[in-house]
Design a protein around this ligand. Structure first.
Ligand SMILES: [Zn+2]
Length: 62
């Protein structure tokens, strides 16, 4: 899927950069990541994380 900066991949509406808390359930453990930078769709609320942030999350889990 092609990702365009500022455009929601789900509905094509505008996104804005926000710092959000991310909750992930992984094998019955709840991980909470604070202040993760994400693009949040103003229309449907879909969140898109930058590669750096995803890497940060994964390195905390693994
Ligand atoms: Zn959207």
């Amino acid at each position: 899927m092609e990702l365009k900066v500022g455009i929601c991949p789900m509905c094509g509406c505008k996104t804005e950069i926000k710092n959000v808390d991310v909750q992930e359930m992984i094998e019955d453990d709840l991980y909470i990541f604070k202040e993760i930078e994400a693009e949040v769709c103003t229309q449907c609320g879909e969140r898109t994380y930058s590669e750096d942030e995803v890497r940060k999350i994964e390195s905390n889990i693994l």
